[in-house]
Design a protein around this ligand. Structure first.
Ligand code: ADP
Ligand code: MG
Length: 312
């Protein structure tokens, strides 16, 4: 394990951001930390990067204790913060060169690594432009170049795709895959279930400063697949008039979630299920337009574990 956390605690005054958190991250993986806003993701990776310190518990990175032995592992770690850490009045090249210097790179080697990082994020032709002329997506890419120019073997990305255009987003996700293919371990925080599903080998679901569940997407989904899923679409956007109470009492139905134009249902399978659903909705004068059965996803896992949605 390249990272281990045992019983890690962190409070900000009376807010408990991390609560007896346990976590292991395997070398060479893309490991996702998936959780809603305020779950504690940034707090945790800011602690890994020794930007802040935890109150209790133990953390090791590549065998070194954090924060006491941070200096020994610092050069092997790259950190791409959620809030951009770049200088608007410097050029792209100068920004990366500044971070490269912080990591002790000099002379020819520094120049070569800066150019390599520019190339990697697709900003070579804009290297002499001031950052203040960049789009949001370009700034995000430059932020990444600054964090990886020293070629660390362990890289932390904190929600790197929030608020950017789809093209830059794809570029970033592809870059992360490439870094991983070249042997880097990636820790990736997100509140986007789809990103975690498509990008990550291993996912830890985090909420209220605790890891609720861990595993591959398949393993996590299996936690809730005692149930099957149905989506029932009703006519005229009238799903909101029903509280779902009638449906919940049907035999075999476990949970009912009201969606924009229908209901998501988890159920354990029952012979008369569909008939009973349709009858129940008819009582409320709701007409069923479509019924789809679907595979559970990470959103369902989160909903089952917490009773809440990942995004509100
Ligand atoms: P996430 O990155 O998952 O959105 P954070 O780690 O930023 O979550 O926050 C976890 C909790 O700690 C939240 O309740 C947040 O409001 C609180 N928090 C984070 N940073 C601070 C801070 N500097 N001062 C006070 N509270 C904070
Ligand atoms: Mg955060």
């Amino acid at each position: 394990m390249i990272i281990t956390c045992s019983q890690v605690e962190k409070s900000y005054k009376d807010i408990k951001a991390l609560d007896q958190l346990n976590l292991s991250i395997e070398e060479g993986t893309i490991h996702g930390l998936l959780g809603p806003n305020g779950a504690g993701k940034s707090t945790l990776i800011n602690i890994f990067a020794s930007l802040i310190q935890h109150d209790a518990g133990t953390i090791t990175i590549d065998g070194y204790s954090i924060p006491s032995e941070f200096q020994k592992i610092k050069g092997q770690m790259g950190f791409i913060p959620q809030d951009l850490a770049i200088y608007e009045d410097l050029t792209a090249y100068e920004n990366i060169a500044f971070f490269a210097s912080l990591y002790g790179l000099k002379g020819k080697e520094k120049k070569q690594k800066v150019l390599q990082a520019l190339e990697f994020v697709g900003l070579t032709d804009r290297q002499k432009s001031m950052v203040k002329t960049f789009s949001g997506g370009m700034k995000r890419r430059l932020n990444i170049a600054c964090g990886i120019c020293h070629e660390p073997k362990l890289i932390f990305f904190d929600e790197p795709t929030v608020g950017i255009d789809p093209q830059s987003r794809n570029h970033i996700l592809e870059s992360i895959k490439k870094l991983n293919e070249s042997g880097k371990t990636i820790i990736y925080t997100t509140h986007y279930m789809e990103e975690a599903e498509t990008l990550c080998d291993q996912i830890s679901i985090i909420d209220h400063g605790k890891i609720l569940a861990e595993g591959t997407v398949d393993q996590l989904v299996k936690l809730v697949t005692d149930f099957e899923m149905l989506f029932v679409q009703v006519k005229n956007d009238e799903s909101s008039i029903l509280d779902g109470a009638g449906l919940s009492s049907i035999k075999g139905i476990e949970t009912v979630t009201i969606e924009e134009n229908g209901f998501s249902i988890t159920h354990s399978g029952h012979d008369d299920l569909l008939e009973n659903i349709i009858t129940e909705l008819k009582k409320e004068n709701l007409k069923v337009v479509k019924v789809e059965s679907r595979m559970p996803n990470l959103e369902d896992v989160f909903l089952t574990l917490t009773g809440r949605k990942l995004r509100d």
